[in-house]
Write a protein that binds this ligand. Structure first.
Ligand code: BJW
Length: 247
């Protein structure tokens, strides 16, 4: 990260977000009582083995979520918008890492966003390995826009047992940050659940913003609990006031 865009009191910030930040936009979380894993089996829809066993079922699961994401009713909420404002103000001093595959951070004004578990609006070709923008359903007749193979597209998402994206860049930023903030994630899924320990090791202040204490709550130096749409805008105001950067 460079220090060109902020004042001398600036901090290098890594923000990690999870499904909780998109809950108030109408997207289900995974592990809450009414969450996605209470409706479908994780092993069947979020593993490479599940995809090999029943690709039609897995494509249907992601096709439905892709359609829902593009529904007019699903919009960035106040938390996404506040992070967008912060990201624009801090520029490269802030790395926004999300486990979410939705595009609500981008629509809320943030960017570039590091989607460590992939993106719902992209498809990956098993033949040429390229990923490209994909907003329609994927089925056995879908054709790769790069190599023209048919029936080779899968959702561009990271399933259990697969390597999350851009890990080197994330660990580099964690080793070099002054502040690590985790928002709306239960801390059940690694490697993301281990980021707080990396940031502590680097001497960073650590803050959890979540509806309730996460699995790793005791590792955070500071914690605030409540809905993201309330906590995040307040925290962003504090950071902008501290750094003296106009939001
Ligand atoms: C609100 C709110 C509101 C509600 N406001 N908050 C140790 C080290 C390394 C790996 C492992 C390890 N132990 C085990 C593993 C393997 C495995 C793993 O973690 N398993 C666990 C179950 C134990 N991990 C993997 O396989 C990963 N790959 C991997 O590890 O590669 C090797 C590697 C090793 C070492 C270094 C680097 C790599 C891949 C994980 C892939 C996860 N994929 C999914 C699905 C795909 C995308 C999709 O379909 O959407 O990603 S699973 C699912 O969980 C999804 C999410 O991104 C992820 C995290 O969930 P999240 O966001 O935390 O959601 P919830 O529902 O759990 O929590 C929501 C929270 O919000 C709750 O706390 C609520 O209270 C809160 N909330 N409303 C604020 N309004």
């Amino acid at each position: 990260m460079t220090s060109s865009s902020v004042t001398s009191s600036s901090k290098r910030i890594v923000v990690l977000t999870g499904a909780g930040i998109s809950k108030e936009s109408g997207l289900d979380t995974f592990r809450d009582a009414d969450g996605i894993w209470s409706q479908v089996s994780l092993e069947e829809v979020a593993t490479p083995e599940g995809f090999r066993r029943d690709p039609v079922k897995v494509q249907a699961f992601y096709n439905a979520r892709r359609r829902q994401l593009q529904d007019q009713a699903v919009k960035p909420n106040l938390a996404h918008r506040a992070l967008g404002r912060l990201h624009r103000a801090l520029g490269e001093e802030m790395l926004l890492v999300t486990q979410n595959i939705d595009d609500l951070h981008e629509r809320g004004g943030a960017g570039p966003v590091l989607h460590m578990h992939g993106e719902l609006l992209r498809a990956r070709c098993l033949a040429c390995r390229a990923d490209s923008v994909w907003t329609a359903d994927i089925d056995s007749a879908s054709r790769c826009s790069r190599c023209s193979s048919t029936g080779q597209l899968r959702p561009h998402v990271v399933w259990f047992g697969e390597m999350p994206l851009e890990m080197e860049r994330i660990y580099g930023a964690l080793a070099d940050c002054d502040l690590f903030v985790s928002i709306g994630t239960s801390g059940n899924v690694y490697p993301a659940a281990g980021f707080v320990a990396e940031a502590r090791e680097a001497g960073a202040h650590t803050l959890e913003l979540n509806l309730e204490p996460s699995e790793g709550a005791t590792l955070f130096a500071e914690k605030r609990y409540g809905p993201a749409s309330e906590l995040v805008p307040l925290w962003v105001e504090e950071v902008l006031a501290e750094t003296g950067v106009a939001g």
